[in-house]
Design a binder for this molecule. Structure first.
Ligand SMILES: Nc1ncnc2c1ncn2[C@@H]1O[C@H](COP(=O)(O)OP(=O)(O)O)[C@@H](O)[C@H]1O
Ligand SMILES: [Mg+2]
Length: 244
């Protein structure tokens, strides 16, 4: 059996007195797509942020490709370079063109030459359907296009896995589909993905596993089709009855 891409066990996270994650255990196998759903405040973003140690766990263990990322000796930059992250807000540099946005981290993190960075950027822009927009500035693009640029930017650093935190929640409804289509293509190519989302259709069609979180614990998880159509726990049922 190969090493899981992500393995979390007994993860707790508190902010002061407030315990936000109360013992989380789960695994993401290589090439798997795990979708995470749950009410606002249940700890989804905190969980995602712990996986690349944007948050420091209070206790518990997190392994990324077999590496204990809570080990004080760990090379965090090396671990983070394997993990692409896409947020609800696209966080593009407003004063840089699309191409500039895709090249800056490559040059800094990957130490690529300008011409190499441009080549990788163009390949990834084509992948998200924005080959024609490399000279545009973020403000000239729709929210959906900006989010696809953000995905292309993350892909340009050659991650082994991608974490998405509500990537379509800030978008007008008609722009959501193009972003989900890009994510669906990525999944089909075998990218390992952890996706916090409210898009139940995406979770059902693309997810290999669905995790329902509430109040800092995983209440229920399993095949998305099963969890969505026949949730076992009362809390899952109550949540789904509100969002479906
Ligand atoms: N940096 C922080 N400091 C204090 N409390 C935080 C911080 N980040 C998140 N929280 C709290 O943790 C809880 C879970 O937040 P979050 O992980 O963002 O939930 P979700 O993404 O499921 O909406 C919330 O009550 C939130 O206010
Ligand atoms: Mg969140």
């Amino acid at each position: 059996m190969s090493t899981p891409a992500i393995q979390v066990s007994g993860l707790h996270k508190s902010f002061g007195e407030h315990e936000v994650l109360k013992g989380i255990d789960f695994e993401v196998a290589e090439g798997q797509v795990v979708c995470v759903i749950g009410p606002s405040g249940s700890g989804k973003s905190t969980l995602l942020r712990c996986v690349n140690r944007l948050e420091e766990p209070t206790s518990g263990q997190i392994f990324v490709e077999g590496i204990d990322i809570c080990d004080p000796e760990v090379d965090l930059d090396a671990v983070r370079s394997r993990i692409g992250m896409v947020f609800q807000q696209f966080n593009l540099f407003p004063h840089m063109s699309v191409l500039g946005n895709l090249c800056v981290a490559q040059r800094r993190v990957k130490r690529r030459s300008k011409s190499e960075a441009v080549e990788v950027a163009r390949r990834n822009l084509a992948k998200v359907g924005l080959a024609e927009r490399e000279t545009a500035y973020p403000a000239q693009l729709s929210g959906g296009q900006q989010q696809r640029v953000a995905i292309a930017r993350a892909l340009s650093l050659d991650p082994d896995m991608m974490l998405f935190d509500e990537p379509t929640s800030a978008l007008d409804p008609e722009l959501v589909g193009d972003v989900l289509a890009v994510m669906r293509d990525l999944a089909a190519e075998g990218m390992t993905m952890m996706v916090v989302t409210h898009e139940m259709g995406f979770a059902r069609e693309v997810g290999d596993n669905l995790v329902f979180m509430d109040d800092g614990v995983i209440v229920e998880e399993g095949d998305p089709r099963t969890v969505l159509s026949a949730p076992q726990h009362e809390r899952t049922q109550a949540f789904l009855s509100k969002v479906l």
